[in-house]
Design a protein around this ligand. Sequence first.
Ligand code: DHB
Length: 388
Amino acid sequence: IRTRVAIVGAGPAGLILSHLLADAGIESVVIDQRSREEIESTIRAGILEQGTVDLLTAIDPNTRVHTVGDRHDGIELRFQGEGHRIDFPGLVGRSVWLYPQHEVLKDMLALRVASGQDLRFGVTASRVEGIDTDRPRVIATDADGSELIIDADFVVGADGSRSVVRPAITGDSRSGYFREYPFAWFGILCEAPASADELIYSNSDNGFALISQRSPEVQRMYFQCEPDADPLAMSEAEIWETLQSRVPGTTLKEGPIFQRDVLRFRSFVAHELRRGRAALVGDAAHTVPPTGAKGMNLAIADVVLLSRALRALLGEGDDRLIDGYAELALKRIWKAQHFSWWMTSMLHQLPESGEFDRRRQLGELRSVTDSEAGRTYLAEAYTGWPLN
Ligand code: DHB
Protein backbone atom coordinates (compact mmCIF):
# COMPACT_ATOMS: atom_id res chain seq x y z
CA ILE A 1 0.00 0.00 0.00
CA ARG A 2 0.99 3.60 -0.51
CA THR A 3 0.65 6.44 1.98
CA ARG A 4 2.40 9.70 2.85
CA VAL A 5 3.49 8.82 6.41
CA ALA A 6 3.85 5.26 7.71
CA ILE A 7 3.56 5.28 11.49
CA VAL A 8 4.71 2.15 13.30
CA GLY A 9 2.99 1.94 16.70
CA ALA A 10 -0.52 2.90 17.85
CA GLY A 11 0.37 4.12 21.32
CA PRO A 12 -0.27 7.70 22.42
CA ALA A 13 2.56 9.05 20.22
CA GLY A 14 1.54 7.28 17.00
CA LEU A 15 -2.16 8.04 17.40
CA ILE A 16 -1.70 11.71 18.26
CA LEU A 17 0.75 12.12 15.38
CA SER A 18 -1.79 10.64 12.94
CA HIS A 19 -4.35 13.14 14.23
CA LEU A 20 -2.05 16.18 13.91
CA LEU A 21 -1.01 15.10 10.40
CA ALA A 22 -4.63 14.56 9.31
CA ASP A 23 -5.40 18.05 10.61
CA ALA A 24 -2.79 19.36 8.20
CA GLY A 25 -4.21 17.31 5.33
CA ILE A 26 -1.43 14.71 5.43
CA GLU A 27 -2.63 11.15 5.16
CA SER A 28 -0.99 8.35 7.14
CA VAL A 29 -1.24 4.64 7.92
CA VAL A 30 -0.78 3.47 11.50
CA ILE A 31 0.13 -0.15 12.21
CA ASP A 32 0.55 -1.97 15.51
CA GLN A 33 1.33 -5.59 16.26
CA ARG A 34 -1.14 -5.62 19.17
CA SER A 35 -4.92 -5.88 18.99
CA ARG A 36 -7.10 -2.89 19.82
CA GLU A 37 -8.18 -4.61 23.08
CA GLU A 38 -4.56 -5.13 24.13
CA ILE A 39 -3.68 -1.50 23.44
CA GLU A 40 -6.70 -0.26 25.38
CA SER A 41 -5.87 -2.35 28.43
CA THR A 42 -2.16 -1.48 28.71
CA ILE A 43 -1.66 -0.34 32.31
CA ARG A 44 0.81 2.53 32.32
CA ALA A 45 1.31 5.84 34.10
CA GLY A 46 -1.49 8.12 35.09
CA ILE A 47 -0.24 11.70 35.16
CA LEU A 48 -0.73 14.19 32.31
CA GLU A 49 1.20 17.45 32.23
CA GLN A 50 -0.63 20.74 31.72
CA GLY A 51 0.61 20.98 28.11
CA THR A 52 -0.55 17.43 27.34
CA VAL A 53 -4.03 18.26 28.64
CA ASP A 54 -4.07 21.51 26.63
CA LEU A 55 -3.23 19.51 23.50
CA LEU A 56 -5.88 16.81 24.19
CA THR A 57 -8.42 19.59 24.76
CA ALA A 58 -7.48 21.24 21.46
CA ILE A 59 -7.91 17.86 19.73
CA ASP A 60 -11.30 17.27 21.37
CA PRO A 61 -12.91 20.02 23.46
CA ASN A 62 -15.15 17.38 25.07
CA THR A 63 -12.24 15.16 26.09
CA ARG A 64 -13.01 12.97 29.10
CA VAL A 65 -9.83 14.28 30.75
CA HIS A 66 -12.02 17.03 32.21
CA THR A 67 -14.88 14.78 33.34
CA VAL A 68 -13.31 11.41 34.20
CA GLY A 69 -9.83 12.80 34.90
CA ASP A 70 -8.96 14.63 38.06
CA ARG A 71 -6.94 17.85 38.26
CA HIS A 72 -4.16 17.72 40.86
CA ASP A 73 -2.79 21.00 42.13
CA GLY A 74 0.12 19.51 44.03
CA ILE A 75 2.00 16.49 45.28
CA GLU A 76 3.45 15.67 48.63
CA LEU A 77 7.09 14.78 49.26
CA ARG A 78 7.35 12.82 52.48
CA PHE A 79 10.56 12.12 54.40
CA GLN A 80 11.42 11.55 58.04
CA GLY A 81 7.71 11.05 58.60
CA GLU A 82 6.80 14.62 57.57
CA GLY A 83 4.81 15.69 54.52
CA HIS A 84 5.86 18.68 52.40
CA ARG A 85 3.35 19.88 49.82
CA ILE A 86 4.45 21.29 46.47
CA ASP A 87 1.71 23.71 45.40
CA PHE A 88 1.79 23.75 41.60
CA PRO A 89 -0.58 26.63 40.72
CA GLY A 90 0.84 28.78 43.54
CA LEU A 91 4.40 28.25 42.28
CA VAL A 92 4.06 28.03 38.51
CA GLY A 93 0.39 28.61 37.64
CA ARG A 94 0.03 25.13 36.16
CA SER A 95 -1.43 21.77 37.25
CA VAL A 96 -1.37 18.11 36.25
CA TRP A 97 -4.25 15.69 35.63
CA LEU A 98 -4.64 12.18 36.87
CA TYR A 99 -6.00 10.38 33.81
CA PRO A 100 -4.67 6.91 33.02
CA GLN A 101 -2.83 6.32 29.77
CA HIS A 102 -5.25 3.58 28.69
CA GLU A 103 -8.08 6.12 28.85
CA VAL A 104 -6.09 8.46 26.57
CA LEU A 105 -5.65 5.49 24.23
CA LYS A 106 -9.37 4.64 24.23
CA ASP A 107 -10.24 8.26 23.44
CA MET A 108 -7.66 8.61 20.67
CA LEU A 109 -8.54 5.25 19.10
CA ALA A 110 -12.23 6.16 19.05
CA LEU A 111 -11.47 9.56 17.47
CA ARG A 112 -9.10 8.16 14.85
CA VAL A 113 -11.46 5.34 13.90
CA ALA A 114 -14.37 7.81 13.62
CA SER A 115 -12.24 10.03 11.32
CA GLY A 116 -11.58 7.11 8.98
CA GLN A 117 -7.89 6.75 9.86
CA ASP A 118 -6.24 3.76 8.19
CA LEU A 119 -5.34 1.95 11.40
CA ARG A 120 -4.28 -1.71 11.29
CA PHE A 121 -3.97 -3.95 14.31
CA GLY A 122 -2.13 -7.27 14.46
CA VAL A 123 0.38 -6.05 11.86
CA THR A 124 4.02 -6.71 12.79
CA ALA A 125 6.71 -4.55 11.19
CA SER A 126 9.90 -6.49 10.49
CA ARG A 127 12.14 -3.86 8.92
CA VAL A 128 12.41 -0.47 7.29
CA GLU A 129 14.16 0.15 3.99
CA GLY A 130 15.16 3.07 1.79
CA ILE A 131 15.21 5.81 4.41
CA ASP A 132 18.05 7.53 2.54
CA THR A 133 15.77 7.84 -0.51
CA ASP A 134 12.50 9.76 -1.02
CA ARG A 135 10.55 6.50 -0.95
CA PRO A 136 11.12 4.69 2.35
CA ARG A 137 9.08 1.57 3.06
CA VAL A 138 8.01 -0.58 5.96
CA ILE A 139 8.01 -4.34 5.47
CA ALA A 140 5.47 -6.00 7.74
CA THR A 141 3.47 -9.15 8.29
CA ASP A 142 -0.30 -8.80 8.23
CA ALA A 143 -2.64 -10.35 10.80
CA ASP A 144 -3.24 -13.28 8.42
CA GLY A 145 0.49 -13.94 7.92
CA SER A 146 0.84 -12.35 4.48
CA GLU A 147 3.48 -9.75 3.66
CA LEU A 148 2.44 -6.12 3.77
CA ILE A 149 4.65 -3.42 2.24
CA ILE A 150 3.91 0.20 3.04
CA ASP A 151 5.52 2.68 0.64
CA ALA A 152 5.64 6.15 2.12
CA ASP A 153 7.25 9.58 1.95
CA PHE A 154 8.32 9.31 5.57
CA VAL A 155 8.46 6.58 8.24
CA VAL A 156 7.94 7.24 11.95
CA GLY A 157 8.98 4.81 14.69
CA ALA A 158 6.47 5.21 17.52
CA ASP A 159 6.90 1.54 18.34
CA GLY A 160 8.20 1.60 21.86
CA SER A 161 11.41 0.54 23.53
CA ARG A 162 11.83 -2.55 21.32
CA SER A 163 11.47 -0.43 18.20
CA VAL A 164 11.89 -2.07 14.80
CA VAL A 165 12.40 1.33 13.15
CA ARG A 166 15.26 2.34 15.48
CA PRO A 167 17.99 0.08 13.98
CA ALA A 168 17.38 1.59 10.53
CA ILE A 169 18.12 5.02 12.00
CA THR A 170 20.91 4.27 14.49
CA GLY A 171 22.44 1.29 12.69
CA ASP A 172 22.08 -0.86 15.79
CA SER A 173 19.01 -1.50 17.94
CA ARG A 174 20.86 -0.77 21.18
CA SER A 175 23.02 2.16 20.16
CA GLY A 176 22.37 4.92 22.66
CA TYR A 177 23.10 6.50 26.03
CA PHE A 178 22.04 4.08 28.71
CA ARG A 179 21.77 3.73 32.45
CA GLU A 180 20.27 1.06 34.69
CA TYR A 181 19.25 1.37 38.33
CA PRO A 182 19.74 -1.23 41.07
CA PHE A 183 16.03 -1.36 41.95
CA ALA A 184 12.55 -1.58 40.42
CA TRP A 185 8.96 -0.72 41.37
CA PHE A 186 6.43 -3.23 42.58
CA GLY A 187 3.10 -1.79 41.37
CA ILE A 188 -0.41 -2.73 42.43
CA LEU A 189 -3.95 -1.82 41.50
CA CYS A 190 -6.45 -2.30 44.29
CA GLU A 191 -10.12 -1.75 44.95
CA ALA A 192 -10.19 0.79 47.73
CA PRO A 193 -10.98 4.43 48.36
CA ALA A 194 -8.12 6.95 48.08
CA SER A 195 -5.79 7.11 51.08
CA ALA A 196 -4.90 10.77 50.42
CA ASP A 197 -6.22 13.61 48.24
CA GLU A 198 -2.97 13.98 46.31
CA LEU A 199 -0.06 11.74 45.33
CA ILE A 200 2.49 10.99 48.04
CA TYR A 201 6.13 10.42 47.06
CA SER A 202 7.68 8.97 50.18
CA ASN A 203 11.36 8.54 50.99
CA SER A 204 11.51 6.23 54.01
CA ASP A 205 14.29 4.31 55.71
CA ASN A 206 12.74 1.13 54.27
CA GLY A 207 12.75 2.45 50.70
CA PHE A 208 10.56 4.49 48.40
CA ALA A 209 6.77 4.29 48.03
CA LEU A 210 4.34 6.19 45.80
CA ILE A 211 0.67 6.42 46.69
CA SER A 212 -1.23 7.23 43.51
CA GLN A 213 -4.79 6.81 42.32
CA ARG A 214 -6.81 5.70 39.33
CA SER A 215 -10.41 6.58 40.24
CA PRO A 216 -12.51 7.05 43.38
CA GLU A 217 -12.76 3.23 43.60
CA VAL A 218 -9.37 2.10 42.30
CA GLN A 219 -5.95 3.02 43.64
CA ARG A 220 -2.46 2.61 42.19
CA MET A 221 0.51 2.23 44.55
CA TYR A 222 4.15 1.36 44.08
CA PHE A 223 7.07 0.46 46.29
CA GLN A 224 10.77 0.12 45.60
CA CYS A 225 11.84 -3.53 45.24
CA GLU A 226 14.70 -5.67 43.93
CA PRO A 227 15.04 -5.54 40.11
CA ASP A 228 14.39 -9.28 39.84
CA ALA A 229 11.43 -9.36 42.27
CA ASP A 230 8.71 -11.86 41.39
CA PRO A 231 5.32 -10.10 41.46
CA LEU A 232 3.61 -13.30 42.58
CA ALA A 233 5.95 -14.07 45.47
CA MET A 234 4.34 -11.77 48.04
CA SER A 235 1.01 -12.26 49.80
CA GLU A 236 -1.47 -9.37 49.89
CA ALA A 237 -0.80 -8.98 53.61
CA GLU A 238 2.95 -8.65 52.96
CA ILE A 239 2.34 -6.09 50.23
CA TRP A 240 0.20 -3.95 52.54
CA GLU A 241 2.71 -4.27 55.35
CA THR A 242 5.52 -3.15 53.04
CA LEU A 243 3.55 -0.20 51.67
CA GLN A 244 2.32 0.88 55.09
CA SER A 245 5.82 0.80 56.60
CA ARG A 246 6.98 3.23 53.91
CA VAL A 247 4.40 5.96 54.43
CA PRO A 248 4.60 6.64 58.14
CA GLY A 249 1.97 9.22 59.08
CA THR A 250 -0.76 7.94 56.72
CA THR A 251 -3.00 4.96 57.35
CA LEU A 252 -3.50 3.31 53.98
CA LYS A 253 -7.01 2.24 53.05
CA GLU A 254 -6.61 -1.38 52.03
CA GLY A 255 -8.67 -3.42 49.58
CA PRO A 256 -8.40 -6.40 47.22
CA ILE A 257 -5.33 -6.24 44.96
CA PHE A 258 -6.37 -7.21 41.43
CA GLN A 259 -3.22 -6.45 39.50
CA ARG A 260 0.48 -6.50 40.28
CA ASP A 261 3.56 -5.89 38.17
CA VAL A 262 7.26 -5.11 38.46
CA LEU A 263 8.50 -2.09 36.50
CA ARG A 264 12.10 -1.94 35.36
CA PHE A 265 14.08 1.22 35.89
CA ARG A 266 16.22 2.44 33.05
CA SER A 267 17.25 5.63 31.30
CA PHE A 268 17.96 5.53 27.57
CA VAL A 269 18.37 8.01 24.71
CA ALA A 270 19.07 6.73 21.19
CA HIS A 271 22.21 8.12 19.53
CA GLU A 272 20.17 9.31 16.54
CA LEU A 273 16.51 10.32 16.41
CA ARG A 274 16.31 10.91 12.70
CA ARG A 275 18.01 9.84 9.52
CA GLY A 276 16.85 10.76 6.01
CA ARG A 277 13.17 9.99 5.71
CA ALA A 278 12.67 8.36 9.13
CA ALA A 279 12.40 9.58 12.71
CA LEU A 280 11.78 8.21 16.20
CA VAL A 281 9.34 9.45 18.84
CA GLY A 282 8.47 8.35 22.39
CA ASP A 283 9.89 5.19 23.92
CA ALA A 284 11.46 4.23 20.60
CA ALA A 285 13.71 7.27 21.04
CA HIS A 286 14.10 7.32 24.82
CA THR A 287 13.10 5.70 28.10
CA VAL A 288 12.88 7.42 31.46
CA PRO A 289 12.50 5.80 34.88
CA PRO A 290 8.89 6.26 36.05
CA THR A 291 9.50 8.61 39.00
CA GLY A 292 8.01 11.94 37.92
CA ALA A 293 5.69 10.47 35.28
CA LYS A 294 7.45 11.92 32.25
CA GLY A 295 7.21 8.99 29.78
CA MET A 296 3.97 9.61 27.92
CA ASN A 297 4.22 13.38 28.23
CA LEU A 298 7.65 13.35 26.63
CA ALA A 299 6.39 11.15 23.80
CA ILE A 300 3.63 13.65 23.09
CA ALA A 301 6.08 16.56 23.15
CA ASP A 302 8.20 14.76 20.49
CA VAL A 303 5.13 14.33 18.34
CA VAL A 304 4.20 18.01 18.46
CA LEU A 305 7.64 18.90 17.09
CA LEU A 306 7.68 16.11 14.51
CA SER A 307 4.19 16.94 13.21
CA ARG A 308 5.30 20.51 12.54
CA ALA A 309 8.43 19.32 10.80
CA LEU A 310 6.48 16.87 8.62
CA ARG A 311 3.94 19.52 7.75
CA ALA A 312 6.75 21.77 6.47
CA LEU A 313 8.55 18.93 4.68
CA LEU A 314 5.61 17.20 3.06
CA GLY A 315 3.34 20.24 2.68
CA GLU A 316 5.84 22.85 1.49
CA GLY A 317 8.99 20.90 0.65
CA ASP A 318 10.81 22.78 3.42
CA ASP A 319 13.32 20.56 5.21
CA ARG A 320 14.63 23.03 7.80
CA LEU A 321 12.39 21.84 10.65
CA ILE A 322 13.02 18.16 10.02
CA ASP A 323 16.76 18.88 9.92
CA GLY A 324 16.40 20.54 13.33
CA TYR A 325 13.99 17.97 14.83
CA ALA A 326 16.51 15.87 16.76
CA GLU A 327 18.39 18.83 18.19
CA LEU A 328 15.23 20.57 19.37
CA ALA A 329 13.57 17.41 20.74
CA LEU A 330 16.75 16.43 22.57
CA LYS A 331 16.77 19.64 24.60
CA ARG A 332 13.52 18.65 26.28
CA ILE A 333 14.43 14.95 26.36
CA TRP A 334 17.62 15.61 28.36
CA LYS A 335 15.79 17.94 30.74
CA ALA A 336 13.25 15.20 31.35
CA GLN A 337 16.04 12.63 31.66
CA HIS A 338 17.64 14.76 34.33
CA PHE A 339 14.39 15.36 36.20
CA SER A 340 13.45 11.66 36.19
CA TRP A 341 16.94 10.63 37.32
CA TRP A 342 16.95 13.36 40.01
CA MET A 343 13.54 12.44 41.45
CA THR A 344 14.60 8.79 41.38
CA SER A 345 17.94 9.34 43.09
CA MET A 346 16.49 11.73 45.68
CA LEU A 347 13.68 9.40 46.74
CA HIS A 348 15.04 5.82 46.63
CA GLN A 349 17.37 3.95 48.94
CA LEU A 350 20.42 2.94 46.94
CA PRO A 351 21.98 -0.37 47.96
CA GLU A 352 25.52 1.04 47.78
CA SER A 353 24.84 4.20 49.77
CA GLY A 354 26.15 4.56 53.31
CA GLU A 355 25.30 6.74 56.27
CA PHE A 356 26.81 9.83 54.67
CA ASP A 357 24.72 9.44 51.50
CA ARG A 358 21.55 8.82 53.47
CA ARG A 359 21.98 12.06 55.43
CA ARG A 360 23.02 13.96 52.30
CA GLN A 361 19.83 12.77 50.58
CA LEU A 362 17.68 14.10 53.42
CA GLY A 363 19.59 17.37 53.16
CA GLU A 364 18.77 17.45 49.46
CA LEU A 365 15.06 16.90 50.11
CA ARG A 366 15.12 19.64 52.70
CA SER A 367 16.90 22.03 50.31
CA VAL A 368 14.05 21.50 47.85
CA THR A 369 11.12 21.70 50.26
CA ASP A 370 12.44 24.57 52.41
CA SER A 371 13.14 26.80 49.44
CA GLU A 372 10.66 28.47 47.12
CA ALA A 373 13.26 28.24 44.36
CA GLY A 374 13.62 24.50 45.01
CA ARG A 375 9.89 23.86 45.05
CA THR A 376 9.47 25.99 41.93
CA TYR A 377 11.99 23.93 39.98
CA LEU A 378 10.16 20.75 40.96
CA ALA A 379 6.74 22.23 40.12
CA GLU A 380 7.96 23.56 36.77
CA ALA A 381 9.43 20.22 35.72
CA TYR A 382 6.57 18.09 37.09
CA THR A 383 3.79 20.12 35.44
CA GLY A 384 5.91 20.17 32.26
CA TRP A 385 7.92 22.77 30.41
CA PRO A 386 5.86 24.65 27.81
CA LEU A 387 5.62 22.88 24.47
CA ASN A 388 7.56 25.12 22.12
C1 DHB B 1 2.02 7.30 38.52
C2 DHB B 1 3.23 6.85 38.05
C3 DHB B 1 4.35 7.62 38.24
O1 DHB B 1 5.54 7.21 37.78
C4 DHB B 1 4.29 8.84 38.88
O2 DHB B 1 5.41 9.56 39.06
C5 DHB B 1 3.07 9.28 39.34
C6 DHB B 1 1.94 8.50 39.15
C7 DHB B 1 0.81 6.46 38.36
O3 DHB B 1 0.91 5.41 37.71
O4 DHB B 1 -0.24 6.82 38.88
